[in-house]
Design a protein around this ligand. Structure first.
Ligand code: SAH
Ligand code: SF4
Length: 394
């Protein structure tokens, strides 16, 4: 691959690709985030057959290949044409580290020099590896306990930058129980950013995660986590079938307004009704996951457990308890282990088995809300934070 000025083509529509001609294309288009339809349009536009799209997808997503010269089932003439017109460009790896517990983290440089982080969390004796993927640089929703929220919103990631995180992790040589198994078995959209505030690019990237010529993950192994953008939850069930996780954190509106300001727009009842509608429209998803970050003295008392069980009464769901991960000047504290277990027991008595998700990868800053990244961005604005939690996905 040469290094001529690239253009991120994930924003390129099929019609844009279709109108691209060798003469008109001064910059090379990035094929990585393109859907099959967009790739087909691209190949037709350069006088090639549609089926090349499938070949290209397999090279990019199955083989992790970014070098047209190595794509040996394409003719030499086509390879040379692609070299001139296109490129396969994932995010640059700025840092790669692994934790004592096997968690792997990458700091990735995206288009404008911003950094995002992605974390691969092994579980189940190496049988499952869950990749925690970011959707935005920063976040506009400003949840009071979230370090990403504290840094404000910078920009949406493109589909290429989102799927690029899966691409980077999939090309890596992570330890596996069975080397024939793919490095990434599950994806959770729980990194930096609110995925439903970057709807089109997130859905496009998730399509590639599900698609056979992409990463071939089953819908139950791709989970979108949201703080509750209700209209987009409704839209999501029309567009794609993935598992849904809801960041609830409080079961009364007064407290949730404080923790998750978006609650002032879409309150708890409105949000849980949207979850019920989602499940109705998506029969394979039998339940939603409720994420509940436990914050000492704020939402970890018996009355909170009671309220939680009450509001969730009619919703098929499972609850994940996440002890708050501290960060400087948050003003909040993590509950003691005893308190978290007590909260878990109260829920248990009310009929809910709720695992406590322990922080993973602390020694490489990869735990929830702690992904500060010791690396600063180029503009030296602010250290970037992301958080990850591991889900009890199949
Ligand atoms: N914006 C989406 C997804 C990213 S946040 C959402 O809010 O769901 C992923 C999860 O990490 C969310 O459940 C979020 O509430 C949780 N989280 C954020 N900051 C945290 C912290 N400091 N400690 C523990 N969990 C945190
Ligand atoms: Fe954004 Fe999610 Fe953090 Fe809230 S918890 S500020 S929605 S990333």
């Amino acid at each position: 691959m040469t290094t001529a000025a690239p253009r991120d083509a994930t924003s390129a529509t099929a019609s844009e690709a279709a109108t691209a001609t060798p003469e008109a294309t001064a910059e090379r288009v990035n094929l990585l985030g393109m859907s099959r339809a967009q790739l087909e349009a691209f190949f037709l536009s350069i006088g090639e057959k549609k089926f090349r799209a499938t070949q290209l997808m397999k090279w990019m997503h199955h083989e992790g290949c970014d070098d047209f010269a190595a794509m040996t089932n394409l003719s030499r003439a086509l390879r040379e044409k692609l070299e001139r017109l296109a490129e396969v460009r994932g995010p640059g790896v700025v840092y790669e580290g692994s934790s004592r517990d096997g968690t792997q983290k990458w700091v990735l440089e995206v288009e404008d020099g911003s950094y995002v982080e992605t974390v691969l969390i092994p579980a189940d004796n190496g049988k499952r590896r869950t990749l925690c993927v970011s959707s935005q640089v920063g976040c506009s929703l400003d949840c009071s306990f979230c370090s990403t929220g504290k840094q404000g919103f910078q920009r949406n990631l493109t589909a290429a930058e989102i799927i690029g995180q899966v691409w980077v992790a999939s090309r890596s040589d992570v330890p596996r129980a069975d080397s024939r198994q793919r490095p990434v078995t599950n994806v959770v959209m729980m990194g930096m950013g609110e995925p439903l505030m970057n709807y089109d690019n997130v859905v496009a990237a998730m399509q590639l995660m599900l698609e056979d010529n992409g990463y071939g993950l089953s819908k139950r192994r791709v989970t979108l986590s949201t703080s509750g953008v209700v209209p987009k939850i409704d839209k999501l069930s029309d567009d794609i079938d993935v598992s849904l996780a809801i960041s609830l954190h409080a079961a009364n509106d007064e407290l949730r307004n404080e923790l998750v300001p978006l609650n002032r727009k879409y309150n708890i009842r409105t949000l849980l009704d949207a979850c019920s509608r989602y499940l109705e429209k998506s029969p394979e998803n039998r339940q939603v996951t409720i994420e509940y970050t436990l914050i000492a003295g704020v939402n970890d008392q018996q009355e909170h457990a009671r309220e939680l069980a009450e509001v969730l009464h009619d919703l098929p769901c499972k609850i994940n308890l996440i002890p708050f991960n501290p960060f400087p000047n948050s003003g909040y504290e993590t509950p003691s282990r005893n308190q978290a277990v007590r909260f878990q027991r109260w829920l248990d008595e009310l009929g809910y088995t709720a695992p406590i998700r322990t922080a993973r990868g602390d020694d490489i800053d990869a735990a929830c809300g702690q992904l500060v990244g010791r690396v600063k961005d180029r503009t030296k604005r602010q250290a970037r934070y992301i958080q990850s939690v591991q889900l009890d996905a199949p």
